[in-house]
Design a protein around this ligand. Structure first.
Ligand SMILES: CC(C)(COP(=O)(O)OP(=O)(O)OC[C@H]1O[C@@H](n2cnc3c(N)ncnc32)[C@H](O)[C@@H]1OP(=O)(O)O)[C@@H](O)C(=O)NCCC(=O)NCCS
Length: 178
């Protein structure tokens, strides 16, 4: 399919579409009943809670230290990626999502290349859920490695305040040295 994509910096007014993109992508990619990560963990209500909305709003702010780029097809938001500068030699790749209906068509790769061209030189870090095998494989192919210098030999556990109290999801740190 030959789709005309457009990449631009995020704006405050993107919050509604950004919330929907993330909610849909999280539900599709991260629900895992065996781990206790049910649909309710990533529901519309969770994404529209005050806590999550504040977090998503903060991600759309463009500053000297943070940039979020969005991919659009006409007016429809189909992808996002965020750069956060953590110190002068290191930055973080975060919020990398493509709408499940548009995945596997090269959009993520184009957005990643755009991101790499537009950020300053330096090492990159990210974190992701360990059950997100597909993304782990993609990052490995793109040269990323497990970052054993962080967490417990590269691993840590995540808990959202909206989740059942004892639910912890295993996550992994990765890094790309450049
Ligand atoms: C990860 C993600 C952003 C990639 O976007 P995408 O548009 O689907 O990616 P592309 O179609 O450009 O494919 C990127 C690479 O993954 C490969 N790929 C695509 N679908 C795949 C699949 N189902 N399994 C394994 N590899 C796959 C492609 O072949 C391509 O590999 P290459 O770079 O070696 O050519 C997207 O799948 C996504 O939003 N996933 C859920 C959220 C997530 O995991 N985000 C990252 C967390 S940090």
């Amino acid at each position: 399919m030959n789709m005309q994509i457009h990449i631009r910096l995020a704006e405050k007014t993107d919050l509604f579409q950004y919330t929907n993109l993330l909610q849909k992508t999280y539900e599709k990619a991260y629900v895992n009943e065996a781990l206790g990560l049910t649909k309710e963990c990533f529901s519309k209500a969770v994404f529209n809670s005050e806590n999550t909305q504040d977090y998503l709003k903060s991600r759309l702010k463009i500053t000297e230290k943070q940039k979020t780029w969005l991919v659009l097809i006409e007016e429809k938001l189909v992808g996002s990626i965020t750069y956060i500068s953590t110190d002068k030699n290191q930055g973080e790749l975060a919020g990398f999502y493509v709408d499940p209906d548009y995945q596997g068509q090269g959009i993520g790769k184009k957005l990643y290349s755009y991101f790499m061209k537009h950020i300053s030189i330096g090492n990159l870090v990210l974190d992701l859920y360990c059950h997100n095998i597909k993304a782990i494989e993609i990052y490995k192919r793109w040269g990323w490695k497990i970052d054993i210098s962080r967490g417990q030999k590269g691993y840590f556990y995540r808990h959202w305040p909206e989740w059942p109290e004892n639910l912890q999801a295993k996550c992994m740190y990765m890094r790309l040295d450049r």
